[in-house]
Design a protein around this ligand. Structure first.
Ligand code: ADP
Length: 270
């Protein structure tokens, strides 16, 4: 089946689809012959060790990179072809939060969020209302006039998140944004993002090498290794019989934690 037939066959698809996508840098494949789906409304994690191609996939989906071979589809329509971006990034309904957050250091929190709304065609008044609403949703309305440098790591994460959700994206791509946060802040943010996704009806694609983040936020996962898919599917099923090293290790870790809690409970009862 060629890609045109494939595209016609999935006209009713909602979400992103990779069809045999490869990306080469200087002749070396960062991702090879990848085919998978990120359906709308179904939070998905891209899991795998450093250098396995996770960020490359996000950039290909967002339209920041062109595939070397294969096609990327959105809602059944081809949006990237070999060496060609068919649908530009700003029309893909995607917002991204990166590990380094990329906040503007000289702008206040609200100005950072307003910048994401410039060029969206809405009035200044409406932009301000939307920016304020995003700050409220992220619990940082009281920080509106501060500059990022004066905020904690968790607060800066919230600013990046507010900026991402203000334009009401269909998809929120998170590229390891929790690295460097303490466990408590990380868990709080993960739960809040999950609630935000419900309210804002956007779909999350999370890039991480931490299966814990994936289990809190996502229902399914694509596990990558050296640019190829090692396993994919519903996370609960993947954990039942993991094939990849990363999920095997995580399951062993979960079992060890469960047995430690049991031992602690027994100690408490004695
Ligand atoms: P991950 O996000 O899983 O850490 P990346 O997608 O960043 O992995 O990188 C996958 C591979 O592609 C790595 O070997 C990396 O060095 C290479 N790569 C990524 N971007 C570029 C680039 N712009 N130029 C050259 N090589 C790149």
């Amino acid at each position: 089946m060629d890609f045109t037939q494939k595209a016609q066959g999935i006209m009713n698809d909602h979400g992103f689809r990779f069809c045999s996508v490869s990306k080469f840098y200087n002749g070396t494949a960062a991702v090879s012959e990848l085919s998978f789906v990120v359906p709308t409304g179904h939070h998905t994690a891209l899991l795998g060790p450093s250098g396995c191609g996770k960020s490359t996939i996000l950039r290909l989906l967002a339209g920041l990179e062109m595939p070397s071979t294969g096609e990327v589809l959105l809602n059944g329509t081809v949006i990237s072809e070999p060496n060609k971006i068919v649908l530009p990034p700003h029309r893909r309904g995607v917002a991204m939060v990166f590990q380094d957050l990329a906040l503007w250091p000289n702008l206040s929190v609200i100005q950072n969020v307003l910048l994401a709304l410039s060029g969206s065609g809405i009035s200044r008044r409406e932009a301000r209302a939307r920016a304020k609403e995003a700050l409220v949703l992220c619990g940082i309305e009281s920080l509106a006039d501060r500059v990022p440098g004066t905020l904690s790591g968790g607060q800066q994460q919230r600013v990046a998140l507010a900026r991402a959700i203000a334009p009401a994206p269909a998809f929120l791509f998170l590229d390891e944004p929790f690295a460097g946060l303490d466990l408590v802040t990380k868990m709080m943010l993960l739960n809040e993002i999950s609630e935000l996704a419900e309210k804002g009806s956007f779909t999350i694609l999370l890039v991480t090498h931490d299966p814990l983040e994936a289990t809190v936020l996502c229902r399914s996962a694509v596990v990558l290794n050296q640019g190829r898919i090692e396993e994919s599917g519903d996370l609960t099923n993947l954990f039942r019989e993991p094939r990849s090293e990363i999920l095997k290790l995580f399951r062993a870790h979960l079992r060890a934690s469960a047995s430690t809690s049991e031992q602690l409970e027994q100690l408490g009862n004695n």
